[in-house]
Design a protein around this ligand. Structure first.
Ligand SMILES: [Fe+2]
Ligand SMILES: [Fe+2]
Length: 278
């Protein structure tokens, strides 16, 4: 997807405004900007309507919004839709829900992006484990966005290999660090947004240093490589082409996700029944 760099920069209050944003917040603003652009573009394509150009708030407006919003920016898309208006009643889940059921019935705001990432990884000849990691890497943002790499890895830990959770957990940190050996340059857009003197927060830097030396470094790196160029509104991918890979690498519990008594079953039940208080 083409991002209008200047418009996005202006929307954040220009170079001065961008400096005032925490680095993680800037990266997240960009990621959610791209994700909503993609969803908007796909919706427009389906309805055949042209989308009016979007107006984004300045940094000062974003900061001022914190105390006017009834929710925190870290809360997931399923919990608080960003489109405004009331939430809609969700379709019921099957009794023993599978990963594919969650894709179809609960991952409305993240499915396009992760399916496109997985599709690209497959086209690029990645291993099945990397394709699966790409397919799963951002879906936890339906319930929680803050530190989504770590939350996402935890959500899938009982069902996939350690390599896949390693890739999911650490893709969040690697997006800031170039690796020309695999054609991952530090994005020009980040340079424009963060400045040449950009220093990630200490926990991200420490995580990067650890992962860089790890024998599985390439796993999260390949998620980052296939993540960056995955926003194409003209590509609509469904879960079906990935069912084989899911079948081979995802230990689907026969009782259904959320009913299996695993240490993360409550997270799946939360996604299934987000309208259930307590
Ligand atoms: Fe991500
Ligand atoms: Fe992503």
């Amino acid at each position: 997807m083409e991002i209008d760099h200047k418009a996005f920069l202006d929307s954040l209050g220009g170079a001065e405004g961008v400096k005032r944003l925490d680095d993680e917040a800037r990266a997240d603003a960009l990621e959610s900007h791209m994700m909503s652009e993609l969803n908007g573009a796909i919706a427009a394509k389906k309805s055949g309507e042209a989308q009016p150009p979007k107006k984004y708030p300045t940094v000062a407006e974003v900061e001022a919004q914190i105390e006017t919003r009834p929710y925190r920016a870290g809360v997931g898309f399923l919990m608080v839709p960003r489109t405004g208006g009331n939430v809609k009643r969700l379709a019921p889940m099957p009794a023993n829900p599978t990963l594919a059921d969650f894709f179809k019935l609960r991952f409305a705001d993240t499915a396009n992006h992760v399916l496109q990432s997985a599709n690209l990884a497959k086209k690029n000849g990645m291993s099945e484990e990397i394709v699966l990691a790409c397919l799963l890497h951002d879906v936890v943002q339906e319930i929680m966005r803050t530190d989504h790499g770590w939350w996402g890895a935890q959500l899938f830990e009982p069902y996939v290999s350690e390599k896949v959770t390693f890739a999911i957990r650490y893709h969040q940190a690697l997006r800031y660090y170039a690796d020309p050996s695999v054609g991952y340059e530090y994005p020009d857009l980040y340079r424009e947004l963060f400045g040449a003197d950009y220093v990630p927060p200490p926990y991200i830097e420490a995580t990067y240093q650890m992962v860089r030396k790890h024998k599985w470094y390439m796993e999260p790196r390949m998620v980052a490589v296939n993540d960056l160029y995955a926003f194409d509104p003209n590509v609509v991918v469904t879960i079906e082409p990935f069912l084989d890979i899911i079948g081979r690498h995802f230990k689907q519990p026969k009782e259904g996700l959320g009913n299996d008594g695993s240490p993360v079953a409550h997270m799946w039940r939360t996604i299934s029944r987000p309208d259930q208080p307590l």
